[in-house]
Design a protein around this ligand. Structure first.
Ligand SMILES: C[S@@+](CC[C@H](N)C(=O)[O-])C[C@H]1O[C@@H](n2cnc3c(N)ncnc32)[C@H](O)[C@@H]1O
Length: 194
């Protein structure tokens, strides 16, 4: 069923409002800085799973590949954020990670994990473990942190139907064999691969 936020213009507007109120996207840039300077080098390659309209590609200095299954989002990304160093691919992430053999310094899942049920997320994280040369970053809403009424409402409206508790998400990440290096704010995971 079509959801109003599947329209890239509405999605960007919605993101802008949420960002302005909660500093969500702005914090992703800060997050990279706080997690360590070596995460955002011009020489690093980045795979962004569930990249949405591609706006986060702007925070990375290196070669960037964004994957999303929403064709309208990828068309928007190609129109607004395409450069020689950035590529956007329309694909289901679950299929993409099985088919690709390229390796990336950084594999990111920004607000994406809660779009996948446990079995698919397990498969995607296992693949991320193999595709990553250095780090995996997972940022996802969790039920039991910052549980104000407004956050509960935003989570309820979310198109992702699998918002987990912090312990559930942590358990899944560990089950895959990823090593949690840093877990600031409770819903941000910097992981190393095995
Ligand atoms: C909440 S948005 C996050 C977008 C972006 N990462 C951000 O932080 O702004 C989640 C995105 O995941 C995409 N998505 C959901 N399931 C997917 C799947 N199985 N394969 C590829 N993309 C998927 C949606 O189309 C949507 O763009």
């Amino acid at each position: 069923m079509f959801h109003i936020l599947d329209n890239p213009h509405f999605w960007r507007f919605f993101r802008l409002i949420v960002d302005t109120i909660f500093s969500v996207d702005k914090n992703k840039r800060k997050l990279l800085d706080s997690l360590g300077g070596s995460l955002n080098l011009p020489s690093n390659s980045i795979l962004d799973l569930g990249c949405g309209i591609g706006n986060l590609s702007e925070i990375f200095l290196g070669e960037y590949f964004g994957i999303d299954m929403n064709l309208k989002y990828i068309q928007y990304a190609n129109k607004h954020f395409l450069t020689e160093k950035r590529k956007f691919i329309c694909s289901n992430v679950v299929d993409f990670v099985i088919d690709t053999h390229k390796k990336f310094d950084l594999v990111c899942l920004f607000d994406f994990a809660h779009h996948l049920p446990d079995d698919s997320l397990f498969a995607v994280l296992s693949a991320a473990n193999k595709l990553s040369k250095k780090y995996i970053i997972i940022v996802d809403p969790v039920k039991d942190i910052n549980n104000t009424l407004i956050i509960k409402l935003i989570n309820k409206l979310d198109r992702g139907k699998f918002i987990r508790t912090r312990s559930h998400l942590t358990e899944l990440i560990k089950k895959v064999g990823l090593i949690i290096i840093n877990n600031p704010d409770g819903n941000v995971y910097l992981c190393g691969h095995t």
